[in-house]
Design a protein around this ligand. Structure first.
Ligand code: FAD
Length: 508
């Protein structure tokens, strides 16, 4: 699809709404199916590839109403079934179509805590939008009702009006909950446990809160002020925050209970251990894990050239190894940090790439070059230990493997040299090992993921876990879902203890 300016999209919507809006209640299915899907306005690719401002600009009021009118209000709500937190999607969309934004945001907030984040980063095309009847009828998931964009629209409306509601907090229970890690899983636990009147402390290793939302996902996809707003809510609720606190180093996990008197602990330490290719040359200067590269750029503000305390290696030509969202983020960040040429090297084809289609499209628009059916064999260095180039191999697709995707098969003697001075390895992350290494009472599987039961309880008494540390590298919404389940279990455990204590005191 060729780039259309935000102004053009907005003008088109202003004309269309005049025709549609009076039919908000009387349009039949066939009329709704004819309403054109609303494109997301975005910054001009040439301009945005040199700045960190958000790429997607969000729907206008008219666009949101038009898109909402495409929803068929199905009796069987497949979209709700496929939403990990079960938002009543048709209901909130109907409120948008009728311009009742307050009811729309309240509907979402019945089940989802961070809609402005999920509306931006959730892979809706493989969740709620995948089963949308409109997309199915039009035989194209990209033409499904844009549920995520509508969620983002309404969450942004709420932020813009300043009508953010601080959740009610029950009277103080005297119970203490420790939350280790401030990613989406930890944030949800902190809010849900605080709501019940427990004292909550969040322990975070970094100097800023948010986990991958802050240090991994770049600002051009998820602006920092959105994360800041969520943290403000947490603070306004009276959650205590301890930054630069590495549980397992600053304090042993078990000591939070034994020595500091916490009644329950939630571990949400994520999957921060980057994987490498295991090829020659990975220790040369100019080779980064995607985690390090993005953390330096996002959290350590390396893009603020001349001001950052930890400036980043200035690259001219960059090869990013991998085909997921992390690879897209790294490639697009490298471009913004000033690289002249950025390649994404991926050993399968575009069809098998796990990255979201939208991210791939944005990367292409920004001039990122994709080298499909190619992969790194070794990284070559200069005499002073810096990356000089990348030796690659060409591949073809064979039979499907265990993942169902066609297996890449190397073509013999197909080596060639790619001229690059930086290599970013973005082939995945595994669980953060510090907690398991320093807490023998916590059982983990062979990948280092913490083992939990259906209530998110670990092998240790009073210790719960959730998010990427349990699932392996997953998604924001799944991490939030696990956090919610863990908070329910913690709240239930503490409430039973309070009831027992009160009965005992009555008897005595
Ligand atoms: P995290 O977000 O990893 O947070 C864990 C927190 O724990 C961190 O702040 C860490 O510093 C802290 N911590 C770790 N160890 C300790 C310790 N010992 N003591 C104290 N604190 C500690 N998902 C999507 O749904 N959509 C996307 O578009 C998307 N893009 C992504 C892009 C990138 C670059 C990356 C890396 C991931 C992306 N993901 C995306 C995945 C998603 O961000 C994660 O699944 C999610 O953040 C996991 O949440 P979490 O709370 O389990 O852990």
């Amino acid at each position: 699809m060729s780039y259309k300016s935000a102004e053009q999209i907005s003008e088109e919507a202003k004309i269309l709404i005049l025709e549609y809006i009076s039919h908000v209640d009387d349009y039949k299915t066939k009329d709704r199916m004819k309403i054109p899907p609303q494109e997301m306005p975005a910054q001009d690719p040439e301009i945005r590839s040199h700045n960190l401002s958000e790429v997607a600009l969000g729907y206008t009021d008219e666009q949101a109403k038009i898109e909402a009118m495409r929803c068929l209000q199905c009796v069987k709500k497949n979209c709700v079934d496929d939403c990990p937190v079960k938002i009543d999607i048709p209901r909130f969309i109907d409120h948008i179509a009728h311009g009742d934004y307050e009811k729309a945001i309240s509907t979402i907030k019945e089940t989802s805590l961070l809609p402005s984040i999920c509306g931006r980063v959730c892979p809706q095309e493989t969740q709620c939008q995948q089963s949308c009847t409109v997309g199915k009828a039009l035989k194209n998931v990209d033409k499904a009702v844009a549920i995520g964009r509508l969620e983002r629209f309404i969450a942004d409306w709420e932020r813009a009006t300043g009508k953010i509601v601080i959740p009610d907090i029950k009277p103080d229970t005297g119970k203490k909950v420790a939350v280790v890690g401030s990613g989406p899983a930890g944030l949800v636990v902190a809010v849900d446990c605080r709501r019940e009147g427990h004292h909550v402390t969040v322990f975070e290793a970094f100097h800023k809160l948010g986990g991958v939302l802050r240090y991994g996902i770049p600002e051009f996809r998820l602006p920092n002020d959105i994360i800041d707003k969520e943290i403000e809510t947490l603070k306004a609720m009276g959650v205590e925050i301890r930054k630069n606190f590495v549980v397992g180093r600053t304090r042993k996990l078990i000591d939070l209970i034994r020595k500091d008197g916490y009644d329950a602990v939630f571990v949400g330490t994520g999957a921060g251990l980057p994987l490498f290719m295991g090829i020659e040359g990975e220790s040369l200067i100019g080779v980064f894990s995607a985690n390090e590269y993005l953390t330096r750029a996002n959290l350590m503000r390396a893009f603020e050239k001349g001001k950052a305390d930890t400036p980043i290696f200035p690259s001219r030509k960059v090869a990013v190894l991998g085909g997921g969202n992390v690879a897209m983020d790294s490639a697009r960040m490298a471009k913004r940090l000033g690289a002249e040429k950025v390649y994404v090297v991926y050993r399968r084809t575009e069809v098998e790439m796990p990255a979201r289609k939208e991210e791939v499209m944005h990367a292409k628009e920004e001039g990122i070059e994709f080298l499909f059916l190619q992969n790194a064999k070794k990284i070559l260095g200069s005499e002073d230990g810096r990356v000089k180039s990348l030796e690659c191999l060409r591949y073809e697709l064979g039979e499907p493997d265990a993942s169902g995707r066609r297996r890449p098969v190397v073509i013999a003697n197909s080596e060639f040299i790619l001229d690059v001075d930086t290599v970013i390895v973005a082939i995945g992350n595994s669980s953060n090992p510090l907690i398991s290494q320093t807490s023998p009472e916590i059982h983990v599987n062979k990948y280092g993921n913490i083992l939990v039961d259906e209530t998110q309880k670990t092998s240790a008494d009073r210790i719960f876990a959730g998010g990427d540390i349990v699932l392996g590298a997953a998604t924001v919404i799944l991490a939030m879902g696990e956090g919610r389940r863990a908070a329910d279990s913690i709240n239930k455990m503490l409430s039973e203890e309070l009831i027992t204590a009160s009965l005992n005191s009555t008897v005595n």
